[in-house]
Ligand binder design. Sequence first.
Ligand code: ADP
Ligand code: ASP
Ligand code: MG
Length: 419
Amino acid sequence: MSNSLIVQKYGGTSLGSLERIEYVADRIAKARKTGIDIVIVVSAMAGETDKLLKMAHRLSKNPERREIDLLLSSGERISAALLALALQNRGIPALSMTGRQIGLQTDSTHTRARIINIDAKRARKMLKKNHVIVVAGFQGINEEGDVTTLGRGGSDTSAVALAVALGARQCEIYTDVDGVYTADPRVVPQARKLDVVSYDEMLEMASLGAKVLQIRCVEFAHKFKMPLIVKSSFKEYEEDKGTLICEEDPKMEQPVVSGIMCDKNQAKITLKEVPDQPGIVANIFEPLAKASISVDMIIQNVSDQGHTDLSFTLQREELDEAMVIMNKVAKKIHATQVGANAKIAKISIVGAGMRSHSGVAAQIFKTLSSHNINILMISTSEIKVSCIVKQEYSKLAVNALHDAFELQKKVAKKKTAKK
Ligand code: ADP
Ligand code: ASP
Ligand code: MG
């Protein structure tokens, strides 16, 4: 580990205009004056990735994922080159690099590729020469040399992976909020910033809709015990401590509930009158797994005259592809109908303290029912409870639960016992 090396990642809003890029360049210049070596990872400028995606979908109904990857990777390259220019203009030796140039190798799952290895030889050489390296995040190359991307929010993962490969002291994620909150501060005005969050909790939060960090970035950081710090790029360098994500400390205060997450990017598929026979469920989920589509909650109704209804949830962007597969599967297994619902949201309550406290689920159900919010699906794990509700109720549900668990207060009351 190099004690003097820090990887800093700047997100889209932080680089959203030339003025913002100038501001980030000034921050980097200040940070460098403290004597640290810096590797920067950048996202595309705000809105750029969505704009490119829209263009692709206007030209093609079902665009090839390989082409999408090449297209989207350009967004990060633009901000990397612009930031390097702004740094050079301040007399700082800087060098922008694409995923290929930084040696980030991935598998071939286009648009959601996994990192296999980073061959950081060139980066190390440039660091020795005292250069600031500005890496285009979110992208790598596969075995064939084709450009791949790491899924939405993937620059977070590029940053942690680079921090690990280069043996950095920590990885700092600069964004448009000053840390990880008890709920999305844009949805819950009462949300409170958390000073420290354990990897386990952050993993749950990220996978349940707190888009402030991509889930794979937290997985990586956890696996390699890389300290992660979420901070605002809109504040002065060193002005604020942000949120530290690190190993759970037994001495750390463990509130029963640390956060309420909302994921509106969900969809539900229902297969009606599925024959209730061994092997049928495998027939449904195998082709989805083959297409790298992850399924989240699954509910199978009680069998009625040899038939059952089966519903499952998945990420909305994978709905169209999953429906094509499900329509084929339904014919094969003689299910009578396949339906999709994209107007749902998953509300999740996360807290490491739930391990030793019960009654959390009951309090959630009571709170939602007192606001007349119907629960469509439920799932629980050791440290979370998730409920699917109609999307129109998501804001109300998150705010009501945030209130009910008094998360605006410094330490949530431990008034409940085991889930
Ligand atoms: P970037 O472009 O910097 O990667 P993102 O938009 O991906 O930024 O993530 C930051 C956003 O995450 C914030 O603007 C905030 O609205 C949202 N967010 C959702 N849940 C949370 C949470 N629990 N804490 C902080 N931010 C959250
Ligand atoms: N530009 C990509 C996105 O918008 C990756 C990132 O920002 O991390 O998802
Ligand atoms: Mg992001």
